[in-house]
Design a protein around this ligand. Structure first.
Ligand code: SF4
Ligand code: SF4
Length: 111
């Protein structure tokens, strides 16, 4: 049976007749992923891999928890006992949704 590649849309900012940005999580056979990326490029879609990382400034964060509400992977959470923000880097897909949610600009990326 042929294997199937899956695409999960993490974030979409695409307005009609404008340049937009999609953050996709792709999973499947590596050859199919390469073919999918080539297909997008053949239709003049710029494709880049996320190489940067999210950074949270502990001197600025006030542990309000607002960022945890927008994180799709639960990389951000409030510790159940201390109520302090916990960042599980291995779960982060660098979708950047948390950055604008922070009222004190404690979150940044080096993308
Ligand atoms: S970039 Fe922010 S919102 Fe996105 S997965 Fe990472 S921690 Fe969560
Ligand atoms: S939204 Fe900003 S201040 Fe609030 S917990 Fe998240 S990083 Fe900290």
């Amino acid at each position: 049976m042929d294997s199937i590649a899956y695409a999960n849309i993490i974030r979409a900012q695409v307005a009609p007749n404008q340049i937009g940005k999609l953050v996709l999580e792709l999973s499947g056979d590596i050859d199919q992923l390469d073919a999918a990326i080539e297909w997008m490029r053949s239709r003049h879609v710029n494709v880049s891999h996320t190489l940067g990382e999210i950074a949270i400034n502990p001197d600025v964060c006030v542990h309000c928890g607002l960022c945890t509400g927008v994180c799709p992977t639960e990389a951000l959470s409030l510790h159940p006992e201390t109520s302090k923000l916990t960042f599980t880097r291995s779960r982060c897909i660098v979708c950047e949704q948390c950055i604008p949610s922070c009222p004190v600009q404690a979150i940044s990326t080096n993308l």
